[in-house]
Design a protein around this ligand. Structure first.
Ligand code: HEC
Length: 125
């Protein structure tokens, strides 16, 4: 058992070092953070668009790509891809990152919240 534990620990450490900080989020904590988004967004596969578009599989996807959702001109013209980096910028201060977006959300202050949220969004893709 001890040997197995060491191997697992070794893997976990090695893995942890090879991941950037932005990928080290906790999906369980991220689910709680997502409560702030729920008034406007669903995240399940095929979930409906509310005030904002469905966010299923949003990581790595082009911005303004959800069919049937009416995006702002700013979002449509952004040419963005929702990489973790762009998503972090957007969620920190939506209107600063993308002026004229119609997402009325003040932003998440703590970097950890965004990391956790991204881990949660990744699980839902
Ligand atoms: C008050 C409603 C509201 C809240 C709260 C909100 N959003 Fe949004 N969100 C929107 C709207 C509206 C848009 C469309 C923006 C546009 O077209 O400019 C949007 C767009 C987005 C997009 C771009 C999606 C795409 O298909 O390109 C992402 C990603 C996103 N929101 C994530 C989040 C996350 C994560 C949270 C919680 C931390 C959140 N939003 C909170 C309303 C909201």
């Amino acid at each position: 058992m001890a040997k197995v534990a060491k191997v697992v620990l070794g893997l976990a450490v090695g893995f942890g070092l090879s991941l950037s900080a932005a990928q080290a989020g906790d999906a369980v904590a991220g689910k709680k953070v997502f409560k702030k988004c729920k008034a406007c967004h669903t995240v399940d596969a095929g979930g409906k668009n509310k005030i904002g578009p469905n966010l299923h599989g949003v990581i790595g996807k082009a911005a303004a790509a959800v069919e049937g959702y009416k995006y702002s001109k700013a979002m449509k013209a952004s040419g963005l891809t929702w990489t973790e980096e762009n998503l972090t910028g957007f969620l920190t201060k939506p209107k600063k990152f993308l002026p004229k977006t119609k997402m009325s959300f003040g932003g998440l202050k703590k970097p950890q919240q965004i990391e956790d949220l991204i881990a949660y969004l990744k699980e839902n893709s």
